[in-house]
Design a protein around this ligand. Sequence first.
Ligand code: M6R
Length: 612
Amino acid sequence: MCGIVAYIGNKPAFPILINGLKRLEYRGYDSAGVALYENSGLNVLKKEGKVAALEAFAVDKASDSTLGIAHTRWATHGAPNDVNAHPHLSADGSLAIIHNGIIENYHSIKAELHDKGYAFESDTDTEVLVTFIQDIRDTHNLSFEDAVITSLSKVIGAYAIVVINQDNPDQMIAARKGSPMVIGLGDGEYFIASDATPIVEFTKDVIYLNDEEIAIIQRDGYRITNTSNVPLIPSIQKLDIQLEALEKGGYEHFMLKEIFGQPESIADCMRGRLNARERKLTLGGIREYANKLVNAEKITILGCGTSWHAGLVAEYILEDICRIPVEVEYASEFRYRNPVIKEGDIIIAISQSGETADTLAAIELAKSKGAIVFGVVNAVGSSIARATHEGAYLHAGPEIGVASTKAFTGQLTVLTMIALKVGYLKGTITESQYGDLLYELESIPKKVAQALETDKRIQEISAKFKDATNCLYLGRGYNFPVALEGALKLKEISYIHAEGYPAAEMKHGPIALIDENMPVVFIATRDSSYEKIISNIQEVKSRKGKVIAIVSQHDEEIERMADFTIEVPSSHEALMPLISVIPLQLLSYHIAIMRGCNVDQPRNLAKSVTVE
Ligand code: M6R
């Protein structure tokens, strides 16, 4: 949550900061601001709303300063408005800060500062933190650097901060604990950001700051220290992101680009790993611990939101193919409920961003109990990728739309490859089943491309349901998690209330909701529960519900019953979620657009949930 970007160098900072904020806007977009070093004082410009509103407001007020910090906010403390927007100034105006995270003990610090006579303009924990730094500096006569380090040793919570100082036009100080931060090393210039997207067009050399590390960046060089001010040797890494991946490439929205990019992103995920003709499946990232997976007595999968749904599909596949019992847990519940985890237990943590605070904390808890943690992560170099013992990247490229689409199919692809590999090594699938499934998996990009051809039909159906206020999504077996995912997509971007259920559970309650106004989306492709789901469709029809069914090609039986059908290509049932989710992504996209919603940046949401 919240995006931060900072620049020190030889170019005007303002355009770099504004463009950087636009790249980071997926992380939060309720208000934005910049602070520029100027001889007359720190020039802070802030505005409620999107980065574009800040840009319009600030463009004629910003100087050519070559040192500045900027922030796009997802509110945690205090309403989204101009005053609560970052950057915040210390009480005396000498320091400016941007902050991503939450200072949990800010109440007690604020009370102490109040007693000393300080007053605050905003409701934020961040303004308290910057005034705390100022107070420590002034009370103990410390340098700027020592004041930052001392104050951070007294705060509890998560932060990625950058602080600049009116008394020093050549320096900025950054620190992180629990919130991501990347430093870009340019030629006579430095960039700091929440992720690499604002940096990539300037330099490929980056340092991912670790927890409890502090970076002191000067115009003529930088130092990284720990919280005891002991110098550290940073590891400089090369970025592997292309600029085009961060742009819309002719699509109206990132979400649409990402939906239509799935044939390619799924193929990228398998590239160099899967070759069905040669019966080769190589997952370099799980080599060292492959035996542990094969011999696992149980696997626990952790994730949030869409990643949790991918985990549910994986539960079905891993149990089916590998005969290993699987539990899928919301990371947010797991971390607080004293779970039974023993030395050597196997955990798979799933995350697109690699920064989800609950998932990260759940991983640390599992590791503290001796578990081996595999990561299934999209964002390269992210905190979760680095916190796990081994893992496999999705290679789906940056996902920018807040609604997760290509990351979901990338997660399913990686998890399926893991299951196939383990099932094969364990001997729980036959040689011929293994070979067939490799071929099937390899053909998925082509089938996803065919599923995308339903777009026109889905637009027509969307027009009929755009004014619905509720919607049910029902599926059985492998398609049950897909129903959950379809419902999540619809509610998060169109604000229509939607619920996903196993189709058979409908008669234990939700059936009471069904009347002639209730759209019910069935994921009813031909699989082992096909006959059963037909009965469920009949139950809905006999109560006058409106049925939209995702079906296999040429399914005349369901076509006769349903109000609308959307045909998708067939595959092995374990792989069908990769295909059947596509029309659901398109349905939510078109309905949201027809309702005038901002699909890339839905209200109240952020792409990376780095607070719990
Ligand atoms: O980055 P992660 O995969 O860890 O994020 C988990 C959820 O926050 C995320 O999937 C969220 O539910 C999406 N907005 C769903 O589209």
